[in-house]
Design a protein around this ligand. Structure first.
Ligand code: DX5
Ligand code: ZN
Length: 216
């Protein structure tokens, strides 16, 4: 099983975005997680294309873009143009998940679909063969620094079992409240990509924290 760490730039120092992105680029983390919020789908606004540009310029790592926006189909192609390798949208944010997946694929990126804590893993059953990744939110989307919701572990297990049954190798990513303290449990449940914002950027030594998570 793969073990991928995706530090979330939401917790980076935006006054030193270039420095912080280069630190992740040097680190053992394989991906860079980018949280885009529109103030409608979630009660917060983060950043958009102009902020993605310096991140893309400062790293060659996989850009994992997490869209917390309403009607994501309108913008997915622009995120791919801005350098996204994975574009993940929310199941709850659109009436037409398939159109959104198709738009991401047509634009040349890998597609991910995410569920909020109140959404059951089972809703993804029919869509699982169509996407490269599913993202389980283990906090309410919108803010960094929240506590991990323990029931997320069961969702990871359900999705891992669904994948096995269907013979798929869809990546399972988890996002919210993750650190070296719970990374092992998540990998064991079947998660392969772990997002971490505050645990990485607020650590005394972010690069060591990433290694600790990878070796958890
Ligand atoms: C929250 C974002 C997360 C956030 C995680 O809506 O999707 O990616 O940055 O932050 P931590 O790791 O601090 O919970
Ligand atoms: Zn995220």
């Amino acid at each position: 099983m793969r073990r991928i760490i995706a530090p979330s730039m939401l917790s980076a120092d935006f006054g030193n975005l270039d420095r912080d992105t280069r630190m992740i680029d040097r680190s053992a983390a394989q991906w860079v997680h980018i949280d885009v919020m529109d103030g409608v789908f979630v009660p917060n606004i983060s950043f958009g294309f102009p902020v993605m540009k310096p991140i893309r310029q400062a790293t060659t790592k996989t850009l994992d873009v997490h869209l917390m926006i309403t009607d994501p189909v309108r913008y997915v192609a622009r995120f791919v143009e801005a350098g996204a390798d994975y574009v993940t949208f929310h199941y709850e944010a659109t009436d037409d998940c398939r159109a959104c997946i198709d738009a991401i694929h047509r634009a040349g990126a890998r597609a991910g679909i995410s569920i909020k804590p109140a959404t059951a893993a089972e809703v993804l059953e029919e869509l699982l063969p169509e996407v490269e990744m599913v993202l389980v939110m283990s906090v309410e989307p919108g803010f960094g620094g929240q506590s991990f919701i323990p029931s997320s572990i069961d969702k990871i297990r359900t999705l891992a079992e669904m994948k096995r049954r269907m013979g798929l190798d869809t990546l399972i990513e988890v996002d919210g409240g993750i650190s070296a303290a719970n990374a092992r449990e998540l990998f064991d449940a079947g998660a392969e990509a772990l997002v971490a914002g505050s645990a990485v950027f607020h650590a005394a030594d972010p690069e060591s924290e990433i290694v600790r998570m990878l070796n958890a």
